[in-house]
Write a protein that binds this ligand. Structure first.
Ligand SMILES: Nc1ncnc2c1ncn2[C@@H]1O[C@H](COP(=O)(O)OP(=O)(O)O)[C@@H](O)[C@H]1O
Ligand SMILES: [Mg+2]
Length: 229
């Protein structure tokens, strides 16, 4: 049924963490969910799909749809267009679409984790944004709550709305332990409000560092409501 795209303000902001734990929470609420990674670049010994599986409590080996879940895997930790080129391959967007459709046909919800941020190129002529727009996939933006994230978040939201991609909302994440610096605390307390207001997007949830199950579950309920109509 529903595809949901998980993008973020950058690489390393918590997309894998959120995708895996959100999928686990949605599964625990009784839904047939899976995750997908269109392109994995680098970290082939510990790919994002394996991290999703660990969070969901499923094993890599038993998955009959493994090839659809992880479509391209490249050794180079770089933008997909370059990592593919390095191996003499050009990413075929039709292959990505077909894999997503196959998962969509067999699951209630499919969470697709992007590689890097929204405008990362898949080929020399196609960005991730272009493909998400073509497929009109409702999108969640993971924001790592720190100095600088307002600009990254608003640019991401602006690109999504300009391309008429439905925005489900923001997940404000804390990928690092809390600091005792009062200025940093003040900034991180203000960020969700200003991003939501100027970006016209709801905050689905604020995830602390090492959140408890309830934090994921609250977000999961909102995503289910949106994705399963
Ligand atoms: N809310 C969180 N609590 C604890 N660790 C987190 C949280 N969010 C992210 N991390 C950690 O931060 C690092 C980067 O997150 P990751 O999900 O891999 O980012 P991305 O997929 O955007 O590159 C990982 O080590 C991940 O476990
Ligand atoms: Mg990731």
């Amino acid at each position: 049924m529903g595809l949901v795209f998980i993008t973020g303000t950058d690489t390393g902001v918590g997309k894998t963490h959120v995708t895996g734990h959100l999928a686990a929470a949605i599964r625990s609420l009784g839904h047939n969910i899976t995750t997908q990674k269109w392109v994995q670049c680098g970290d082939l010994d510990c790919p994002d799909i394996s991290a999703h599986n660990t969070a969901m409590g499923v094993t890599d080996a038993k998955d009959a749809m493994a090839n659809a879940r992880s479509v391209y895997e490249f050794q180079m930790a770089a933008s997909p267009h370059l990592a593919a080129k390095e191996q003499g391959i050009s990413i075929n967007p039709s292959k990505l679409k077909a894999a997503s459709t196959a998962l969509q046909n067999t699951h209630d919800i499919v969470l697709i984790e992007g590689a890097g941020g929204l405008m990362v190129p898949l080929t020399d002529t196609l960005t991730t944004l272009d493909l998400v727009a073509e497929m009109s996939i409702p999108t969640i933006v993971v924001v790592d709550n720190k100095l600088g994230c307002i600009n990254h978040a608003l640019l991401t939201l602006s690109a999504l709305t300009t391309h008429r991609i439905p925005v489900i909302g923001l997940i404000i994440n804390h990928s690092a332990p809390p600091t005792s610096d009062p200025t940093a605390t003040h900034i991180s307390q203000d960020n969700p409000h200003i991003i939501s207001q100027l970006g016209h997007a709801p905050v689905l949830g604020i995830l602390p560092y090492n959140p408890d199950q309830k934090s994921y579950r609250d977000i999961a309920e909102k995503v289910i409501q949106y994705a399963i109509k």
